[in-house]
Design a binder for this molecule. Sequence first.
Ligand code: GCO
Ligand code: MG
Length: 420
Amino acid sequence: MPLKRRPAVPQTKEKSVTDTIQSAEVLVASPSRNYVTLRITTADGIVGLGDATVNGRELAVASYLRDHIAPLLIGSDPSRIEDTWQYLYRGAYWRRGPVTMAAIGAIDMALWDIQGKRAGLPVHQLLGGRVRDKIPAYQHAFGWDVPALMDAIDAQLDQGATHIRVQSGIPGVDKVYGVSKNPSYEPAGRGARPSEEVFNSAAYLHHAPQILAAAREKVGPLVHLLHDVHHRLTPTEAARLAREVEPLHLFWLEDITPAEDPEALRVVRDASITPLAIGEVFNTIWDCQRLIEDRLIDYIRVAVNHAGGISHVRKIYSLAELHGVKAGPHGPSDISPVAMAASIQLATATHNWGVQEYMGYPEIVHEAFPHDWRFEQGHLYAGDAPGLGVDLDESVLNAHPYETAYLPTARDVTGAVLDW
Ligand code: GCO
Ligand code: MG
């Protein structure tokens, strides 16, 4: 019997490039704090935004973009997002590092924004669509003493918080990172040099379990409590803290030891079942690999703007998914509403998601970057606007030029510089 002839495969013509990148501008401004924003515009007039802010090193990323890699994009096809990423990462010889990866991250975000706008879809639709309706977010509750901290916790409970980060002053220590006497604070202080603070690990280790216990007693068993140690403890000190607070059932202890030493977390892991989160200073999957594959952490903190954009961070989250680790990204004020939008888009489409840090922004930042994502009752929600759903108001940015600002530096009680 003669074989049936299959219908001829329709001849596909090489698709011509329908749009090209016409400009890639870097905007540096300081509406309440410094932000570096990349704006890519295509020949068809589609605008994509990316956040390239690296706290205290803003101008280095601005120059990397402006002087080295943004010019390479002109005339290229904005839909080749993965290829552009590979070209900028593998093609550059010098790889990794916060400056390089933030610059690549901003380009990647802007290209996803353009891709979404061209398709008329929010980015989460391009990433596989919604897997959840709302994204749990945690804000910061801090107080110099226990009563002030309790008030701060109350304020968050009143607003429907389900996850709360708890930090407090330490008796006898006059400056503590992440704790302010004002109701809101900005971690980076303006001025030519970083301010300094002294960290007394003995005082901290004595005090921290007490304030965490007070917080647990206040909120009851069901509100999730988080605490950030800022990479300051030795492995044994960290193990002691994690073990001591075990009965308090924290959601996580964050950055308990310096991030570049994965073996330190093995010591903590062996001593306790308190969940661990780390990685806000990581910028590639290679920084996370051992921690994830060896299940030394429960949450990976990489932020979309610091680790190569949506394309790279979603690979990190996929690796994490294989090993039972969830995403819990960094989200302080230095992550602009543009990167926050990208993170919310990812959270909407990523199954292994734990929580998003959301420090919140002063009103001027919302004005500078109008967005359709929203924060309500302790949760973040992606909107349905095409792309990332964020805009920028250049007049607000122009009215607030860059000002040198740095995070503080920490020393121990002997005056030696400490990990951050
Ligand atoms: C956090 C962080 C921040 C960072 C700062 C660095 O968990 O929110 O630790 O406070 O230190 O944003 O840029
Ligand atoms: Mg932190």
